[in-house]
Design a protein around this ligand. Structure first.
Ligand SMILES: [Zn+2]
Length: 78
């Protein structure tokens, strides 16, 4: 199983899924620390983080992406 999901570890050896893009100023950064990678992934999936295919994107960053998409519209008219 090839995957590039990024994890963070704490001193206790617990793992959490890291937000893939850390775009939003209020980005969650990472999910909750769990015993292993699988639990950590379950946690973010329950929180409805978006799986991009290579990693997970937290809700705040996902919102930021949506906001950016709306702002990309050309502002040519005055
Ligand atoms: Zn994020």
């Amino acid at each position: 199983m090839a995957e590039d999901v990024e994890y963070v570890k704490n001193e206790k050896g617990e793992v959490a899924v890291a937000c893939q893009i850390k775009l939003a100023s209020n980005c969650a950064g990472k999910g909750a620390f769990c015993e292993d990678e699988e639990d950590a992934r379950d946690w973010v999936e329950e929180e409805c983080w978006v799986f991009s295919g290579v990693g997970y994107i937290c809700l705040q960053c996902n919102e930021q992406i949506m906001r950016n998409l709306r702002e990309i519209r050309p502002k040519t008219a005055r």
